[in-house]
Design a binder for this molecule. Structure first.
Ligand SMILES: CC(C)(COP(=O)(O)OP(=O)(O)OC[C@H]1O[C@@H](n2cnc3c(N)ncnc32)[C@H](O)[C@@H]1OP(=O)(O)O)[C@@H](O)C(=O)NCCC(=O)NCCS
Length: 385
C-alpha cells in the first residue's frame, strides 16, 4: 500500500444556508480546499463525493450536481453513502484510490442540505436509516434510538443526565470558538438540563443540529504530497466495521461493536493505542454517543465515560481533548459532510492551525464517525511528520 497524506482542507460555513444550493455549498468547500492546497483543479485526478440522502438532495445522483458545478468532467467522480458515516467512508474510498495507485491526487467532498424540509420530515428521512421493515415503520427516530442507548447506559453504569449535559456544555463552548460552527454560543449546565425533552432522557441540548454544509479535503500519494504541501498530515490508520441493521439484534446497547472493531483495525494499522492519541473528534450525534465513544475507543474503561467528562478530561488541557471544534452538537451535523469535517479539524490541530481551540503540540489525532445506530463505523488515525 502506498502512503497517503492530507494536503488540502476546505470548510464551508455550517448552518441554515438558505443562501446556497447543494452544489454551491460543495463549491464553497472545494474552492477553499484548492486554495489551501495551492493547486488548480486540473491537478486532481479523481473525486469522491459523500452525500447521505437522496431525499434531502431532492433527486437521484446528487454527486453529479457537484462535479458538474465545479467543472470536474471528464475525470472520475462517484458517490458513496453510509448514513452519518458517509463523509468518512468517502475519505476511506479516496484513500483506497491513492493507496492502490489508481490515482495520485484525490478530492473528497462531503455535503448535505438538510434544512429545505421541516424537522418532522428530516426526522422521518433520518429514521429510514434504521431497519426498513422492523424499525422505521413502527415510528422509530434517531432521538428515540439514542434515548434507548442513554437509558441503558444510565441503568447499567449510573451515568447521569448532568453528565450528558456536561458533554453539551463542552461542545457548545468549543463551537463558540469555531467560526464555521452552526451554533456559536456558550450554554450553561442549567440551560442544557432545563431544555425541553425530545426523547427521555435526551433534551434539546443533548441533540445534534439539523444543518446545511460542506467540507472537502485533498489527499495525495507520498511523492505528490511532498511537492504540494509543506505540512502533509499522514493517514496512518483506517478502520471500517459493520454491525446488525436492527438495534434490537445487538448483544449490548451500551457499546457500539462496529466502533470497537473499526478502532481495533485503525490502532493496529497505525501501530498506536488509545493512550497515544493527542486529540480526537468523535460522533456526538447525541451527548450519550460521545460518552459511549470514549469507552469504545479505549479513552476510558467501559462505564466510565460519564466520569471522564465530569473530570473535564476531554477539554483542551485534559488527558484526551475531544470535539474541540464543537462536535456535531454545536458545529452541526450536515450528514454527508460530517466525516470530512472531522478530518479537517484533526488536520488543523496537527498543523497547529486551530487558533483558540489548539491542543498543545499534538502529534497523533483520531476521527470516529458512526453511521446510523452503529450499522457502519469508520475510524481514521492521522499523524504529523
Ligand atoms: C432536537 C430537534 C428535534 C429540534 O428541532 P426543532 O424542535 O424543530 O427545533 P427548531 O428548528 O424549531 O428550533 C427551535 C429553537 O431551538 C434551536 N435548536 C434547534 N435544534 C437544536 C439543537 N439540536 N440544539 C440546540 N438548539 C437547537 C433553534 O436554533 C431554535 O432556537 P431559536 O428559537 O432561538 O431560534 C432537532 O434539532 C433534531 O432532530 N436533532 C437531531 C438530528 C438527528 O437526529 N441527526 C442524526 C443523528 S444520527
Amino acid at each position: 500500500m502506498r502512503k497517503v497524506a492530507v494536503v488540502g482542507i476546505g470548510h464551508g460555513k455550517f448552518g441554515v444556508r438558505s443562501d446556497a444550493s447543494l452544489r454551491e455549498l460543495a463549491f464553497e468547500a472545494v474552492k477553499a480546499c484548492l486554495d489551501d492546497a495551492g493547486i488548480p483543479l486540473k491537478e486532481v485526478d479523481s473525486m469522491v463525493t459523500g452525500i447521505a440522502g437522496d431525499e434531502f438532495a431532492l433527486g437521484l445522483q446528487p454527486s453529479a450536481q457537484v462535479h458538474d458545478y465545479i467543472g470536474f468532467h471528464p475525470k472520475p467522480n462517484f458517490r458513496v453513502e453510509g448514513a452519518c458515516a458517509t463523509g468518512s467512508i468517502a475519505l476511506r474510498t479516496g484513500i483506497m484510490n491513492v493507496a492502490s495507485g489508481l490515482a495520485d491526487v484525490v478530492l473528497v467532498v462531503g455535503v448535505e442540505k438538510m434544512t429545505e424540509v421541516p424537522t418532522s420530515i428530516a426526522t422521518e428521512i433520518m429514521g429510514k436509516a434504521g431497519d426498513s421493515i422492523w424499525e422505521y415503520p413502527f415510528g422509530t427516530t434517531f432521538p428515540g434510538y439514542y434515548a434507548l442507548i442513554a437509558n441503558a447506559h444510565m441503568a447499567e453504569y449510573g451515568t447521569t443526565e448532568e453528565q450528558l449535559a456536561m458533554v453539551s456544555v463542552k461542545n457548545h463552548y468549543y463551537g463558540s470558538l469555531n467560526p464555521y460552527a452552526h451554533m456559536q454560543k456558550k450554554i450553561t449546565l442549567e440551560k442544557a438540563l432545563t431544555s425541553f425533552t425530545v426523547a427521555y432522557p435526551l433534551k434539546l441540548y443533548d441533540c445534534s443540529l439539523i444543518t446545511d454544509g460542506a467540507a472537502a479535503v485533498i489527499i495525495a500519494s507520498e511523492e505528490r504530497a511532498k511537492v504540494i504541501s509543506k505540512k502533509p498530515v499522514w493517514i496512518v490508520g483506517a478502520g471500517l466495521a459493520t454491525d446488525t441493521l436492527r438495534l434490537g439484534d445487538r448483544k449490548s446497547l451500551t457499546s457500539i461493536l462496529a466502533a470497537r472493531e473499526a478502532a481495533k483495525t485503525a490502532y493496529k494499522m497505525a501501530g498506536v493505542g488509545p493512550s497515544d492519541i493527542d486529540v480526537a473528534t468523535v460522533h456526538d450525534c447525541f451527548t450519550i454517543a460521545e460518552i459511549v465513544a470514549y469507552e469504545d475507543l479505549g479513552f476510558c474503561e467501559k462505564g466510565e465515560g460519564g466520569k471522564l467528562i465530569a473530570a473535564k478530561e476531554t477539554y483542551v488541557g485534559g488527558r484526551i481533548p475531544v470535539n474541540v471544534d464543537g462536535g456535531l452538537k454545536s458545529k452541526g451535523h450536515p450528514i454527508g459532510a460530517t466525516g470530512v469535517s472531522m478530518a479537517i479539524e484533526i488536520t488543523k490541530q496537527l498543523r497547529g492551525e486551530a487558533g483558540e481551540r489548539q491542543v498543545k503540540n499534538p502529534e497523533i489525532g483520531l476521527a470516529h464517525n458512526v453511521g446510523g445506530t452503529g450499522q457502519v463505523v469508520a475510524v481514521h488515525i492521522f499523524r504529523r511528520e
